[in-house]
Ligand binder design. Structure first.
Ligand code: E4P
Length: 216
């Protein structure tokens, strides 16, 4: 499974990239707004740091606006993936972009049936938002399981990108289910690294190392 980072903060992206575990990046309008930087400037810098797929989202919601913006975003760098919301006109735009060879990430997916439509339109990635489903009392990962099952049944090639990840448990479940990608916030990447027994074990090794006599 590929690991993407879900942020537009280039400092976080640089730190994650240095770990050597980062396959790509996803952003959205809320994450770009947090940086206080223009969208294009932000995406250009991210694409210069990470060679893997970098998702940038259209801001328009009408057909012509989304299509024009998608083409502009795609021209930023060869690794840009254009995020399109899962709405009626969004599906039409995905079909056209796919025919033009532009990669797409269909976002704001909350049901397996939405995911089927995205796959039929030719989406490169589908992003089920598991955390936001959990927030309203549903089981977000159950939707992922259903999408994987359906895509497997019919051989859809769209990659399942688990989004709105809130905890290491989401990542573990995505791995066990065989999802293609999980996009993970910076703080959750930190939680994946940490284990209390690793810290205790290391402290003991350091203490014991001090007792090793030096060579005479
Ligand atoms: C996905 O690409 C989105 O950027 C993201 O995962 C949304 O997560 P949130 O629900 O934590 O805002």
């Amino acid at each position: 499974m590929q690991l993407f980072i879900d942020t537009a903060d280039v400092q976080e992206i640089r730190e994650a990239a240095e770990l050597g575990v980062l396959d790509g990046v996803t952003t959205n309008p809320s994450l770009v707004a947090k940086t206080g930087r223009p969208m294009r400037e932000c995406l250009e810098e991210i694409c210069s740091i990470v060679p893997g797929p970098v998702s940038g989202e259209v801001l328009a919601t009408d057909f012509d606006g989304m299509l024009a913006e998608a083409r502009e975003l795609a021209a930023i760098a060869p690794n840009i993936v254009v995020k399109i919301p899962l709405i009626r006109d969004g599906l039409r735009v995905v079909k056209i972009l796919t025919d033009e060879g532009i990669k797409t990430n269909v976002t704001l997916c909350f049901s397996p049936l939405q995911a089927v439509l995205a796959a039929k339109a030719g989406a490169t990635y589908i992003s089920p938002f598991v955390g936001r489903l959990d927030d309203i009392g549903h089981d977000g990962m159950e939707i992922v399981e259903q999408i994987l099952e359906i895509y497997g049944n019919y051989g859809y090639e769209t990659k399942v990108l688990v989004a709105s990840v809130r905890s290491p448990n989401h990542v573990l479940t995505a791995l066990r289910m065989g999802a293609d990608v999980a996009t993970i916030p910076f703080n959750v990447i930190g939680q994946l690294i940490k284990h209390p027994l690793t810290d205790v074990g290391l402290a003991r090794f350091i203490a014991d190392a001090a007792k090793i006599p030096s060579a005479s």
